[in-house]
Design a protein around this ligand. Sequence first.
Ligand code: GAP
Length: 501
Amino acid sequence: MSDQMKDRMKDIVSLCKRRGFIFAASDIYGGINGFWDYGPLGVELKNNLRDRWWHDMVIAPPLGLDGTPISIVGLDSSIIQNPKCWEASGHASGFNDPMVDCKESKKRYRADHVVVLIPKDGQGYALAFDKDAEDIEIEKRLKKLAKNKSISDFDRKSLDQIPVEDFPNIIAPDTKKAGTLTEPVQFNMMFKTTSGAKEGSDSEVYLRPETCAGIFLNFKNVLDSSRVKVPFGIAQIGKAFRNEVTPRNFIFRSREFEQMELEWFCAEEDVPKWFDFWVEQRTNFWLSLGIPKSELHFLDVPKEDLSHYSSRTIDVEYRFPFAAPDFDELEGIAHRGNYDLTQHQEFSGQKLDYFDQAENKRYLPHVIEPSTGLTRGVLALICEAYTVDENRPSGVYLNFHPSMAPKKAAILPLTAKPHHVEPAQKLYMELRDEFVVDLDIKQNIGKRYARQDEIGTPYCFTIDNETLEDHSVTVRDRNTMEQQRIPLDKVKAFLREKIYG
Ligand code: GAP
């Protein structure tokens, strides 16, 4: 990260705290790494993004490939599920132990599943094998890589017992050269807790590491209780928890966060067209919120980096300041195949297949999953909105899309005298049912404008002496700082047009 961008992130974090967007969780106790609280303005911004996603997915989903609205239903599943769910999804085994990556073969190993043969004479490299490797297989490899030494010339240790400083001296299981293993990382990404009064392994449960699991578990319930037919989607927004090894970059990677996920169920042969459809839809979503195309990048995730369940993923990346001039992930659009339904069907013993009446056949639908972080989206909106402008007293303003701005307007009586305050209060009462508006009475008007600029309020209405004479108000535009007068009774219509129009 360049120094300039480091400063940019620092300024953003500081503005977020100063103006009440985002605070460190447990701030008065010195914080807690990876956890954040959303203040009065942060929660409005987050709700705006959440509501917009829900609207565009569930309330008014896009028109599909045939020009008619597609079908998506909502869900709000429990954060804690039966622990078998995580065995089926692969999270229980994959997330629980120190893992070591090989930079050469791109393979990942559980450190305690790798056995290392260390030469007794201290000469040459140590050799790593799968712990279940047969002696005959070991001997074969020793012949090639260890000058015809045999098993008895080595001591055995498990990789998790070997200090990291010695890793450069180890030839990994699937390579021919030493020094390709990374440091072990604790991949116990799931937070564990207990359910019920009795502690013990029977009562151990996990906080979900992604929201989508609840969707797969309820696939059959939704099919049986609604009139949906494949293709259709189930959407969910909610908290997810990951014990990230290195939470970083403010709310970008945190240990508690929120996701907005759609699982789109379709026939396998239709996957390519629906995949392209969702990439386009999701791109349009971010563009419509004021993220310019130039700040987005689409990464066709290389095969070796794909998650275990995915055969294709496109990451929609945004140029976050800490990544600039590069990009980092904002959303992933994954083809999950029918991995999840297959796994849950097997582990639960319940049939999860779909019966297609028209074709008279049963099958497990494939899934395309656009999945984005709500909290990460909030960070993208704040970073994009942050605009330096030395020509205004605040020096900076947040250029939010009006529909995302936490406050849609501020009503500012010029003075705190009753003849200014009373009409301001009246206007506030008229607007507040429909818009989140601020009535800010005290302080000089310049300071009040500066505050509204810093929190990204698109319009300020000022009540002054002229208001008393001709029933008009001044509207100040946040971006241009231009002022115009409009009739008091047209303020609501003005806001409607600017915000929804
Ligand atoms: N169900 C698929 C899934 O969870 P993911 O790529 O691990 O896929 C999807 O996560 C999105 O969730 C990411 O694109 C990101 O926006 C958000 N996300 C993931 N981990 C996060 C974290 N630790 N903090 C904040 N957001 C996170």
